[in-house]
Write a new protein. Structure first.
Length: 94
C-alpha cells in the first residue's frame, strides 16, 4: 500500500488493490478493508489471503459521502458489513 501525497499526507490505493506483503504492518495481517470502493455492496479484503472475507453489506448499509470522499452509512440499528469467517470466530462480535 502507498500512503503519500494529496495534501493529507496519504492516499488510499485503488479499490481491490492487494496489500504490500513486504510492509511491516502487513505481517500477520488477515484482513484489511478500506471501504473506498465508492459504490456497490462489497468491501474488498486487500490481503487476498481469504477472498471469502470480502465484506458484504446488509440491512441497508451503503456507501456514501461528499464528492471525492468515500464512507459507509450505517443506521445504528440493523445495518452491518459481514466479513465472513476471516478470524475463525463462531460468535458475534463488534
Amino acid at each position: 500500500m502507498s500512503y503519500s501525497s494529496a495534501g493529507r499526507g496519504y492516499t488510499k490505493p485503488p479499490p481491490g488493490s492487494p496489500s504490500d506483503k513486504t510492509h511491516p504492518l502487513s505481517r500477520g495481517l488477515v484482513g484489511c478493508w478500506l471501504f473506498n470502493e465508492g459504490g456497490g455492496s462489497v468491501a474488498y479484503n486487500l490481503t487476498k489471503l481469504n477472498p471469502v472475507a470480502n465484506g458484504s453489506f446488509n440491512g441497508g448499509a451503503a456507501y456514501g459521502g461528499a464528492a471525492g470522499l468515500h464512507g459507509t452509512i450505517l443506521d445504528g440499528t440493523d445495518d452491518y458489513v459481514a466479513m465472513g469467517s476471516v478470524f475463525g470466530l463462531t460468535a458475534a462480535f463488534s
